[in-house]
Structure formats: C-alpha cells, structure tokens
Design a protein around this ligand. Structure first.
Ligand SMILES: NC(=O)C1=CN([C@@H]2O[C@H](COP(=O)(O)OP(=O)(O)OC[C@H]3O[C@@H](n4cnc5c(N)ncnc54)[C@H](OP(=O)(O)O)[C@@H]3O)[C@@H](O)[C@H]2O)C=CC1
Ligand SMILES: O=C1OC[C@@H](O)[C@H](O)[C@H]1O
Length: 357
C-alpha cells in the first residue's frame, strides 16, 4: 500500500474556524488518509498566535508568526489555510499564491464572483493547488446520499429540493467590527450560512461532481429568483429559488434570528422524499428515504470531532498526486456558486463596498 502523504499546514488567522480546523486535524484517526502537520501559525499579533497554540494545540510547537507575510514566506509550509473574514480572502489567497503556496480558503471563497475569478486565474498562472473549504461536501453522507438519489434513483426523478440554515446570530448585540455585522467584512446570512442551503439544494438536485464515474463539470447555472430582508444594509434573511430549464426547483433559505429544525433539507422525487438531518446544514448526520408506498429507511453517519479532516485528507491526496483542483469542489463550482450569490444580492439588495453597481 502507498505511504500516506504528509501535508504541512500554515494556519492563517486565529479565530473560531482556525481553532475548529486544527482541533480536527490533530485527532488520532484510524481511517486518516494523510498525515497533517500544523507547521506554523500566522496571526495579526504574536501574542494572539502564541495564545492560540497554548489553547488549541497543547503539546505542539508550531512556528508562530506575528504577521501573515512571514507565514507565506515559510519554506516549511506546503499549504496555507485561510481562516479570515470573507473580505480578506481574495488578498490572502493572492498573497499566498504569489509565494507559491497551495491554498485552502474558507467559505465563502471571496465576496464576489469577479474576485473569485481573479484568485483562480492567479492560481492557474502560478501552478498551485487551491480549493474553497466547503467542507460539508466531503462528508461521506453526501456521497452516500447522492448515490441513493442519482445512481440508485431511490425516489425516482428528483424534482425539488429545500434547505434551510438558520440560527440566532444575535446580530443586534454585536459590535460594528463583527464579521457578522459589518458589510465591509462580507457580513450577512448569504455568505455565512445561505451558501450551505444553496449547496444542499444543488447536491440534492444535480448528479454528483467528483472522480469518474461522477460528472467532471457542474451543470449549467439555473435561473435565480431571490429576496432578502436587510437590516442596516446587511441581509438578515435570504430566500433563493433556483429554476432549472427542465423544471427542477431548489429553494434555499437562511435566517439570522429563527432556528432551523434538525430536518434541515428535503428532497422530493417522483417516487418519494428524502429528509436530511443534523445539528445544522453544515454538519449533516443522517438521512431518511421515504417511499410513496410508506416504506422508510434511515441511514446514520456518525463522525468523530467536527469533520474538517475529510476535506483536509482530500486536499492532501490531490496535492500528493500533483492535481491543482479538487474534483468534488472544483474551481468551476466555486465560481458558479459565487455567481448565484452575486445574483441573489443583486436582486435582494445586500451590497458590499467592492460591488461595482
Ligand atoms: N466551515 C465552517 O464551519 C466555518 C467557516 N467559517 C468561515 O471562516 C472564516 C472566519 O470566520 P470566524 O473564524 O468565525 O471569524 P473570527 O472573527 O472568529 O476570526 C477571524 C480571524 O481573522 C483574522 N482577522 C484579520 N483581520 C481581521 C479583521 N479586520 N476583523 C476580524 N478578524 C480579522 C483574526 O485573526 P488574527 O488576528 O489571528 O490574524 C481573526 O481572529 C469566514 O470565512 C467564515 O465564513 C466560520 C465558522 C465556521
Ligand atoms: O460556516 C459556518 O458554519 C457554522 C456557522 O455557525 C458559522 O456561522 C458559519 O460561518
């Protein structure tokens, strides 16, 4: 058996997501497909970086830098994991690419599709690997569900998919510097959680992307009909309807006050319905196939930790094989989702300072 590849990570920023990511990569897993080394941390301050290591990487001693530049320049780092707010992703990616680093960038990949395009062009030109960290797509439940829906046709022809990701973000109580409140940082339900609802409606309606025999390229972008509720210019509720040429419809919703139910997604077909459950749309844990004749079957997918290691393993295998993009989250899909979100904001009214109109 081939030896597992080793990937040395440079973690950029020390916020919440970076702490979740390093905790998962530090788990001892029997089924790990790669060795993940937290090689270095880059933070806006050395003190923050050191405090991050003390709290989230006990017993480990990665190099800690008090600037992002030093992290990009570290020759021991193979890949930069970007955990900053949305508005910094473009520049962080471009800087990492300029230093010849591979990149895993948190969702949403950028503020707009043109920004995403600029980053992907730079990666293509430099010949480095880059991927949007849409981690949920890498959960084994997603592949199993897509197989049920699109290969086994367990509910016949799929016609409609709904997904909701909502929780009380307590936006009124947040300060103006919060990434959830400040439009300049890419605040709003759409880029933070609506992106998951959108992802699930796409996963439910469309045949899978991935290595053969799955599809290599995303489907044509469906028509978008969208509405948003704004508070101080920030979208606090978003509803997107995706209309496909053949009549399929996806309904993706996100809300910053109400709470989604555990059954956060429903996929409807000519011969039944599938319900997807979990604590939130980001972390699916089971699905139930309900046939029209009343037959029901439940499929459970337990996971240790949070589940970030699945995307990390996929990235490590891609880089070891010399691939520049991932088949499950390819560049074209990142761009297509960004375009749908741009159109949603155009219709819904949420604007970012970088928007041209
Ligand atoms: N996949 C998932 O489940 C999740 C993904 N995310 C995504 O991760 C990204 C970051 O979110 P999250 O970790 O919650 O954010 P946090 O606000 O907790 O952390 C962001 C970090 O970015 C750095 N930063 C640099 N400039 C700024 C600035 N002007 N304002 C705030 N922070 C700055 C800081 O680190 P330092 O000072 O060390 O440089 C800060 O700690 C977003 O893209 C978000 O969508 C978030 C939560 C869950
Ligand atoms: O990506 C995310 O998933 C979990 C949410 O709590 C968080 O706000 C969001 O950024």
């Amino acid at each position: 058996m081939a030896e597992k590849p080793t990937l040395r990570w440079g973690i950029l920023a020390t916020g919440m997501i970076s702490s979740w990511f390093v905790a998962d990569l530090s788990l001892d897993r029997q089924d790990a497909q790669a060795n993940h080394v937290i090689q270095a941390i880059g933070s806006s301050s050395l003190e923050k970086g050191k405090a991050f290591v003390a709290e989230h990487l006990p017993g480990k001693s990665p190099t800690v830098y008090g600037s992002y530049e030093e992290l990009y320049a570290d020759p021991e780092v193979d890949i930069i994991y970007i955990g900053t707010p949305h508005s910094f992703h473009k520049q962080n990616c471009l800087d990492a690419i300029r230093h010849g680093k591979n990149v895993l960038c948190e969702k949403a990949f950028a503020l707009t599709a043109p920004e995403a395009c600029e980053v992907l062009d730079a990666a293509r030109e430099k010949g480095v690997f880059i991927m949007e960290a849409m981690w949920t797509r890498f959960f084994p439940i997603v592949r199993a569900l897509q197989q049920k829906l699109h290969e086994e046709k367990a509910i016949g022809a799929v016609h409609r998919a709904f997904c909701d990701f909502s929780f009380d973000m307590k936006i009124p109580s947040l300060g103006p510097a919060s990434r959830l409140k400040n439009p300049a940082l890419g605040a709003g339900t759409l880029l933070d959680i609506g992106i998951y609802s959108l992802t699930w409606t796409i996963l439910g309606l469309e045949p899978p992307l991935g290595p053969a025999p799955a599809r290599a390229a995303p489907e044509k972008t469906p028509k978008v009909v969208a509405a948003q509720s704004l508070d101080d210019g920030v979208d606090v509720a978003t509803t997107i309807v995706l209309l496909y040429e053949d009549g399929r419809q996806g309904i993706a919703t996100a809300h910053a006050t109400v709470k989604s139910q555990r059954d956060f997604a429903r996929i409807e077909g000519s011969e039944g319905t599938v319900i997807v459950e979990g604590d939130a749309a980001a972390v699916p844990s089971s699905f139930i196939v309900k046939k029209l004749d009343g037959e029901e079957k439940r499929y459970d997918f337990p996971r240790p930790g949070r589940g970030f290691y699945w995307e990390a393993d996929a990235v490590a295998l891609d880089i070891a094989a010399g691939r520049k993009e991932n088949a499950i989250m390819p560049w074209a899909e990142t761009l297509r989702v960004m375009e749908i979100m741009d159109e949603t904001r155009r219709q819904g009214g949420a604007r970012f300072p970088v928007d041209k109109d």
